[in-house]
Design a protein around this ligand. Structure first.
Ligand SMILES: [Zn+2]
Ligand SMILES: [Zn+2]
Length: 279
């Protein structure tokens, strides 16, 4: 904590509203040593702290706003809408569970999705994932917190971000789900454990596969380390990811956690693909 405070204290900001893009400047070699001693995620979080105190640009409309999502955009795009309790797909008001979900057993107890994976959120998620736009993590996590708090779902013992395979982790530089999970856990005063779920192999994107091949594609892709099983036994877990597309990965995550001893699994995602044609 002292390291983070020291690093935060000696960064300064150039630019601002009307003065072009802002940049964070690290003031001394000592600061660099502090930052090198931290994880890259903690360093980026500490460096972003001063930026949270000044006017920012709305991530959607680019207008100046104190928050990363301005009030008009929040009202237009972020209003919480009813979703199927089980799969997270949007439903009409008054419906709790889609008919298709009632007749299909699911290893997870519920899905909580903040938004539909649709305009304008799909573009924002793309920036978060592929442009390393870490500054969006706080705003995305806040939408997830709003969605979780609105439900009557029991709070899990642990949050478990869904891990990326090592190769993709190197390409992107940080775990997007871990960044969201840490912030959501902080808002709920519970624990996020990024080491609980291990990714054993990378898998092709689910939408690229025929529906009947999706479950096989992710089977065996995730695991709970043998040493963690005794800690997991009897615990409730919320598996957290940025996007839920077909639900095949979420189902494999839930099966993996249940087989390792978890008592129940929820799935929390920022965005849910509205209605894949095969669901
Ligand atoms: Zn806006
Ligand atoms: Zn459903």
């Amino acid at each position: 904590m002292r390291r983070i405070a020291a690093a935060t204290a000696i960064v300064s900001i150039r630019g601002g509203p009307g003065a072009g893009p802002r940049e964070v400047v690290v003031g001394s070699d000592m600061a660099r040593q502090y930052i090198e001693a931290m994880s890259i995620e903690d360093a980026l979080h500490a460096l972003a702290a001063p930026l949270r105190q000044v006017p920012s640009q709305c991530a959607l409309c680019r207008g100046w706003s104190r928050e990363r999502l301005c009030e008009p955009c929040a009202a237009r795009y972020a209003a919480l809408r009813p979703h199927c309790t089980l799969c997270g797909i949007g439903v009409t008001a008054g419906v709790c569970v889609r008919g298709a979900c009632l007749s299909r057993p699911s290893p997870f107890e519920r899905t909580i999705a903040a938004v539909d994976y649709d305009h304008p959120w799909n573009e924002l998620v793309r920036r978060f994932k592929f442009d390393a736009a870490l500054d969006l993590a706080g705003m995305l996590a806040q939408r997830m917190l709003d969605a979780v708090r609105r439900t009557q779902a029991p709070r899990p013992d642990w949050l478990a971000p869904v891990a990326l395979a090592e190769q993709r982790l190197r390409e992107r530089g940080y775990r997007k789900a871990r960044e969201l999970a840490r912030r959501v856990a902080s808002g709920l005063s519970c624990t996020s454990d990024a080491r609980l779920l291990l990714r054993l192999k990378d898998t092709p994107h689910q939408l690229a596969l025929a529906p009947e091949k999706r479950a096989a594609n992710v089977r065996g892709a995730l695991a709970v380390g043998p040493r963690r099983r005794h800690e997991l036994r009897g615990r409730s877990v919320a598996a957290l990811d940025d996007v839920m597309t077909t639900g095949a990965t979420a189902a494999e995550v839930a099966r993996t956690l249940l087989q390792a001893g978890a008592s129940s699994v929820q799935v929390w995602v920022f965005a849910r693909t509205p209605r894949p044609q095969d669901l």
